[in-house]
Write a new protein. Structure first.
Length: 134
């Protein structure tokens, strides 16, 4: 029993040390939570949580799919596009605050990629320099 307790404590120590030293946001898929330097982040609204978890699970989301999620069916294409841009700006602002980065600095926390077959189709992906998926 003493040996098992020692091993368990050692494993907990290593895991906590790894999480604390990691300068990325850890996305925990099992319970849909976000951890940064051993602190659980509670700044995201439900749409942002859904978006980040979707990116962590599926590695990408198209502009169209994000617009479908955050806009109503009756919105024009211009309104849908503006809603998407506003959503990404707001989320990026929160993430910049988490990392304590300068707002005027060019930072790509969420990357934009083009589909290799059709360059008109664009999608978002998480920047692995800032996110770790568990």
């Amino acid at each position: 029993n003493f040996f098992i307790s020692g091993v368990a404590l050692f494993i907990l120590y290593i895991l906590s040390r790894e999480l604390k030293l990691d300068s990325r946001i850890v996305v925990r898929l099992r319970n849909r939570s976000f951890i940064y330097k051993l602190r659980r982040l509670k700044i995201f609204d439900q749409q942002e949580i859904n978006f980040l978890v979707h990116l962590a699970e599926f590695n990408q989301i198209t502009f169209q799919d994000l617009e479908d999620t955050i806009s109503s069916d009756n919105d024009s294409s211009v309104t849908r596009s503006k809603n998407r841009e506003k959503f990404i700006r707001s989320l990026t602002s929160k993430l910049i605050g988490v990392f304590n980065l300068e707002h005027d600095r060019e930072v790509n926390l969420i990357l934009i990629r083009a589909n290799p077959q059709d360059k008109r189709l664009k999608y978002y992906v998480l920047n692995s320099e800032y996110f770790k998926i568990m």
